[in-house]
Ligand binder design. Structure first.
Ligand code: NAD
Ligand code: ZN
Length: 360
């Protein structure tokens, strides 16, 4: 047995309004006046001075707005890196991602690809990155994915939806300011929040569970119950707590693994472009046989928060299309092994997956 020696985010600041300390956090990291900080910012914040006024721009620093309507792609990372190389006089002092999981993942990937040769898709997998990334900072504006803490950046490439998992992927600094999440639309709040809930269910019910994962997973689970089931928190408390639930959920899966919902949701996302949060919900909704208690509670949360999930998204797919989703789902072997055990191939057949997809 060989244990993972897991890198953690070395610096984190938490608190409402803590983004105001961004300048004092970044200044000592500036290499020189020709080496800018590049802020990769979700374009929902374009023209919203309440956020953009907090971004301290000096010398040649700049903001690049990116849409989070679609999940990040390897080609998009390649383009951003090329753009940065062509338009900066020196290699940047740092990359700062401000947004949800999509933007945080882009920022991580760009910071890696600025110091590693070749195409982004060459590094999808486990421990393929050779050189340390440049200094990178994550500032989440929506809570749930755990992308702020994780060792991966999930990207869709020409052949795969797979992360760049490496010791160089985690952020050097994370800024947890729950106030930044205050304008998240209600349904998106639920979907991304459920990503955290599903991380907990998959981690706590997995065969890889250990005391490390359990301690974080149980805390994140309890916070999710307070936020989405008990419904007694003020809006501010709910924002604060969901930001910490996301962190703990991410820590929990870091040392275990996710499970069935994630494996199958990757298939939906690869073929249909279904986004992670809502895709996980659509899949999880059908997983009563794997996670009976977790799904029961999920039903209750859906009802209490008036969430109507899309139905019939796989209704008109061809056999070839089902095969594409099934191939992606089955390629995520550690997820299945965690969910079912070493013998997972006996019960997780192509037919089984097809029949589950057909219900979605
Ligand atoms: P997201 O980044 O996809 O954003 C969802 C929507 O919310 C977008 O429309 C965005 O513009 C909007 N939004 C974000 N913050 C907002 C705010 N403060 N106000 C108003 N609107 C706001 O959301 P997500 O669910 O956080 O991220 C999903 C992505 O994260 C997927 O690409 C998934 O693959 C990735 N992910 C990564 C990891 C990891 O460990 N690296 C883990 C889970 C998911
Ligand atoms: Zn997830």
């Amino acid at each position: 047995m060989s244990y993972k020696n897991f890198p953690m985010v070395p610096r984190v600041i938490f608190g409402r309004g803590c983004i105001n300390q961004l300048n004092e956090i970044l200044s000592p990291k500036r290499l020189n006046v020709k080496a800018p900080f590049i802020f990769i910012v979700d374009d929902v914040f374009k023209g919203k001075p309440s956020l953009t006024s907090k971004i301290p721009l000096s010398y040649e620093d700049r903001i690049i707005y990116v849409s989070a309507k679609e999940e990040p792609k390897t080609a998009q990372v390649d383009e951003l890196v090329e753009h940065i190389i062509l338009t900066t006089r020196e290699s940047p002092s740092g990359i700062i991602g401000i947004g949800g999981g999509s933007i945080l993942d882009l920022a991580k990937a760009v910071s890696i690809m600025l110091t590693n040769e070749g195409n982004t898709s060459d590094y999808q997998g486990w421990d393929l990155v050779k050189n340390p990334a440049i200094y990178h900072v994550g500032i989440p504006t929506i809570s749930g994915t755990g992308a702020e803490i994780s060792r991966t950046t999930v990207l869709t490439g020409p052949k795969l939806k797979l992360g760049i998992n490496s010791d160089f992927t985690p952020f050097d600094q994370v800024i947890l300011d729950p106030e930044l999440t205050k304008n998240v639309p209600r349904t998106q709040w639920f979907y991304t929040g459920m990503d955290c809930y599903i991380h907990c269910i998959e981690s706590l019910n997995g065969t890889y569970l250990n005391a490390f994962s359990q301690s974080y997973g149980e805390k994140a689970y309890d916070l999710c119950i307070e936020i989405f089931v008990d419904n007694e928190l003020s809006l501010k408390d709910a924002q604060d707590k969901l930001m910490m639930a996301s962190w703990h959920g991410g820590m929990s899966i870091a040392y275990s693994q996710v499970g069935v919902a994630h494996a199958m949701s990757y298939g939906l996302s690869f073929l249909l472009g279904t986004k992670h949060g809502i895709g996980n919900c659509i899949v999880f909704n059908q997983l009563g046989e794997f996670y009976p208690e977790g799904v029961k509670l999920f039903e209750r949360m859906k009802k209490e928060h008036n969430i109507e999930l899309p139905q019939g998204i796989c209704a008109n797919l061809s056999d070839a299309e089902f095969d594409i989703m099934i191939n992606i789902a089955l390629s995520l072997e550690p997820l299945w092994e965690n969910a079912i055990g070493k013998d997972w191939r006996k019960s997780i057949t192509r037919e089984k997956l097809k029949s589950l997809y057909q219900k979605m």
